[in-house]
Design a protein around this ligand. Structure first.
Ligand SMILES: [Zn+2]
Length: 198
């Protein structure tokens, strides 16, 4: 178990398409477990292999409240339904959040860590995380879904305009830049970000 460095924009690996995994061996499983540790350590909800420099179709997700982290190999969004506006962030784009459109629910398929097929329907934060992480495997960032720059919020700027003119970013805050923003936080008035956009 070890923590892996998380690549940040504009690292070219974040724009590459990851390759399909053909078989699951010890090496891949170690990568998956290290990714879980890395995600947990960073306070993220999800992490894709591209973000740690591995072009393999592998994602990990931990939805708050769930005991087990989810490990998915060769994940696919099989179907999308509905639209909703939602706040999102990314561990590879620290310091920012955006308001983007995601699906109301998705039908998802993948292999689990034992290489067994799993298929299920997901909604809310899990659906958002699945869409976000599968996007990563195709070199897509949530920024690509932004309709306008007004919907991208620089977190330090939002905070400093309310609290002070201090340009120095708070180093304790990036823990907040989870792989995917908590859905419940998206519309609450206590986040400066949502005040700015609405
Ligand atoms: Zn991300």
């Amino acid at each position: 178990m070890s923590l892996l460095p998380i690549l940040e924009l504009p690292h070219p690996m974040l724009r590459k398409r990851a390759r399909k995994v053909r078989s699951v061996g010890k090496k891949l499983l170690k990568l998956a477990f290290d990714m879980v540790d890395t995600m947990d350590n960073a306070g993220g909800v999800g992490l894709a292999a591209n973000q740690v420099g591995q072009l393999q179709r592998l994602i990990v997700i931990r939805v708050p409240g769930e005991e087990e982290a989810r490990i998915y190999i060769n994940p696919e969004i099989l179907k999308r339904e509905g639209e909703r506006e939602i706040e999102e962030g990314c561990l590879s784009v620290p310091g920012y959040r955006g308001i983007i459109t995601r699906s109301m629910w998705v039908r998802f398929g993948a292999l689990d860590h034992e290489f067994h097929t799993v298929k299920f329907k997901a909604e809310e934060l899990l659906a958002q995380a699945l869409e976000h992480e599968v996007d990563h495997l195709d070199g897509i960032l949530y920024l690509d879904h932004l309709e306008s720059h007004e919907k991208l919020i620089k977190i330090e700027a939002a905070l400093s305009s309310e609290e002070s003119d201090d340009e120095t970013p708070d180093d304790d805050d990036p823990s907040d830049q989870v792989g995917v923003a908590h859905e419940s936080g998206a519309r609450q008035v206590d986040t400066p970000a949502s005040i700015k956009v609405n």
